[in-house]
Design a protein around this ligand. Sequence first.
Ligand SMILES: [Zn+2]
Length: 208
Amino acid sequence: MGRYSKMAEVHVLAIGNHSMNEDKTLDIGSTVTLIKSNKKIIVDTGSFKDQDRIISSLKDHNLTPEDIDIVILTHLHLDHTVNTHLFKNAQIMCKFRGGDYPGQMHTPSKGNLQRADLSDGNEIAENVFIMHTPGHTEDMISVRVNTDKGSVVIAGDAIPSKEYMSIEKQPNPVLMDVEEFNKSRNKILEVADYIVPGHGDIFKVEKN
Ligand SMILES: [Zn+2]
């Protein structure tokens, strides 16, 4: 077991929703994920409705929001960002712009904004790596984690839900760059043993 002691862990705290309400509005909130490494990391902060769920799930890990070191926002859509205010002591990171722009980091407790190194492949904590996965937005990032079950990719909306495991399932071309989206999806499928989608629970990738 000792060999694996430094592997990181991935725990889904709140399963994101994405469904139609009776009044035809979207009921939407992202999945919220905890990574335990040498840093405690949250990926995406979800819907306001999930606030209590996030806090109680953290309690199951003997953590409070104040214990979180880093929050990674996969992109800046509101359904992925609403509860960011809970993590007062964390460094809040997002790529913010596409291309080679390295990323930004806000530290609420200090009120400051700095550049962050969220370049593709950068190891942000032990066994936790940034992946550039543009398409849904040009600044979209995913997070790859080495765990004792294999490689887990927390994909944000690069893989919005499990349905997108089928290549026939294509995103709305009005809303995003479909070619980039498909490239990013393939990039994730090449490395992932498990995927945490933007909206839904973690699932295993069936390899052919
Ligand atoms: Zn989105």
